[in-house]
Ligand binder design. Structure first.
Ligand code: AMP
Ligand code: MG
Length: 538
């Protein structure tokens, strides 16, 4: 995050109405813009990074579904009461705003391994930038806000169910400690949207929703790729320089010659670290196309994502991904492949030596990812020191989970609750639903013995300390599909209370919460919960 104004220590008052809140100077407009303005007909846009085009507001009875008080307060300097004003709801609904120059971004991407050419913001508009009282620069974007030149044959809209899923999950990921774009507010209107949710020929009328989301930047790998593929090197250079100047300020100070190699290395490492974090909390993005990969290494574009429940290394949340291309166990490899595509986009700027350097960065990334993952997984077991044999211990645990169908999240959480000396006591295990599955495995007893040996080998053993270490990294509450689905079904009947309740509970995913326990958020899901399907339709 760029601190543009470290000296800005005087506290600004919080904004209570949107009419007095203002965007900061729009620096994105300094990048090459489409010569055609205000025209949202689908077309190929050349030599431009953005098109100026206005949102199409949802107009029929727009209502606020959810709001993130933390984003309003701590990112946008808004008093949360602002969300009760009609001006705020209009703002999120896509109504015109003073001093905003709405922009739709031109990007491309590799989808399922194939170059898809121009994609772009087909239903999103960056409204502007805001430098907050901490000196942080954030970009505000609407998603679902109508057609743009990048909409292709689509309608520019987003439906309520997918918007609720993105709102909840992006916020949940933030509180899990995983880098992500944030969600500020969500509005739904009665404007009809037609969707064939499972591509089965069953078209349903749904309601249009608009999500106000914020991120330091919305640039993706595909932002650079489209320019490189088209040979628009001047525009590519301007974009890369912009990214360095605004998001990697320390590189800006470097000598000109190597800054692009350093930038690539930085993006690559951040992205691998992100994939490893996903893995540690059992998150599967679901659609790891290069247009959905942020240059900042944060989670972006929540679509057919899911958290693995009964552990399955081949878990695929997206029912449209029949080949399992983006399964849980493939995420790191896919990210590495995506990074190779990104390196290819940078290639016009590299000399021979730099190309060799970049190849060596790429070669080292897999090992880097494995090491990072091992260290996160070790922490999940409450281990402190780095011992080679932990790899085996972890592999045994995961394969036992897979073979017994134990719940990934709750296995780790419940391992913290039981003293290692009681981990073979059936009476104790019976009260812990995830572990009582795991204990059925033939290797369970030998695993426990190995785990105990390993824990006690670290010196003075303190079980309370192990428990608190483990509880800091093993969440108790994740956004399970059935939880999101239950909130969505109520919201579709205009009852938004469960969306807000889930949002609240997922703000503290590592701490026990009475309300969450009452609602069974850490209890065994019903068999029906596992049958829910998620598609790309959104
Ligand atoms: P996604 O699958 O959400 O990553 O989107 C891939 C591309 O399809 C992006 O260019 C989106 O803007 C575009 N897209 C997806 N849904 C729509 C829609 N309903 N209207 C316009 N463009 C869309
Ligand atoms: Mg996308």
């Amino acid at each position: 995050m760029v601190s543009l104004a470290c000296t800005l220590s005087t506290k600004r008052p919080l904004y209570r109405d949107i009419e007095t809140w203002r965007f900061s100077i729009n620096t994105l407009c300094s990048l090459p813009l489409d010569e055609i303005k205000g025209d949202n007909t689908a077309r190929n846009v050349r030599a431009a990074i953005f098109s100026e085009v206005n949102p199409t507001p949802v107009i029929r009875n727009p209502k606020l579904v959810a709001v993130s008080e933390d984003v309003l307060l701590n990112i946008l300097d808004m008093d949360p009461s602002i969300s009760e004003t009609s001006g705020f709801v209009q703002f999120v609904s896509g109504e015109p705003v003073t001093n905003s120059t709405p922009l739709a971004h031109c990007y491309g991407g590799f989808q399922y391994g194939e170059w898809a050419s121009q994609l772009g913001d087909g239903r999103a508009h960056v409204l502007g930038e805001y430098i907050n009282s901490k000196g942080e620069r954030w970009e505000l974007q609407l998603k679902g806000s109508g057609r743009t030149p990048y909409s292709r044959t689509f309608d520019g809209r987003a439906v309520l169910r997918s918007s609720i899923r993105e709102f909840l999950c992006s916020e949940a990921m933030h509180y899990l400690g995983v880098g992500t774009t944030r969600s500020a507010a969500l509005v739904v209107g009665d404007d009809p949207v037609l969707r064939d949710q499972f591509y089965s020929g069953h078209i349903r009328t749904e309601r249009a929703a608009i999500l106000l989301r914020v991120a330091p930047s919305w640039f993706r790998f595909g932002s650079l790729e489209i320019l490189a593929h088209r040979g628009e090197l001047l525009q590519l250079k301007m974009l890369v320089d912009y990214i360095i100047q605004n998001h990697f300020t320390d590189i800006n100070a470097l000598e000109l010659e190597n800054r692009y190699v350093v930038l690539f290395g930085r993006i690559a490492h951040r992205t691998v670290e992100l994939a490893v974090q996903w893995q540690s909390v059992g998150f599967v993005h679901g659609l790891l196309n290069t247009d959905n990969m942020s240059v900042l290494g944060i989670t972006i574009d929540y679509g057919p994502f899911g958290f693995v429940e009964t552990y399955d290394s081949k878990f695929v949340p997206n029912c449209s991904d029949r080949a399992g291309k983006y399964s849980l166990d493939k995420q790191l490899d896919v990210i590495l492949w995506n990074l190779e595509r990104l390196a290819a986009a940078f290639e016009p700027f590299f000399n021979e030596n730099q190309k060799i350097h970049v190849s060596s960065i790429l070669r080292m990334l897999a090992g880097y990812g494995r090491r990072k993952l091992r260290s996160l997984m070790r922490a999940k077991l409450g281990l402190i020191t780095d011992v080679e044999e932990d790899q085996q211990l972890l592999a045994t645990l995961l394969s036992m989970m897979e073979e017994t169908g134990a719940d990934y999240t709750m296995t780790f959480r419940q391992m913290a609750l039981i003293h290692p000396d009681s981990m073979l006591d059936c009476d104790v295990l019976r009260n812990h639903w995830a572990l009582s599955r795991l204990m059925c495995h033939e290797y369970y007893a030998s695993f426990v013995e190995a785990y105990k040996r390993r824990l006690y080998s670290e010196g003075d053993y303190n079980d309370m300390e192990r428990r608190s270490r483990m509880n800091e990294v093993n969440p108790l509450y994740i956004l399970r599909n059935w939880m999101a689905q239950s909130a969505i079904e109520k919201a579709e009947k205009d009852n938004f209370s469960e969306v807000m309740l889930l949002h609240k509970i997922l703000e503290t995913p590592y701490s026990e919460n009475c309300e969450a326990e009452r609602l069974g958020y850490a209890a065994p899901p019903s068999p029906d919960a596992y049958r829910l399907r998620i598609s790309c339709s959104s």
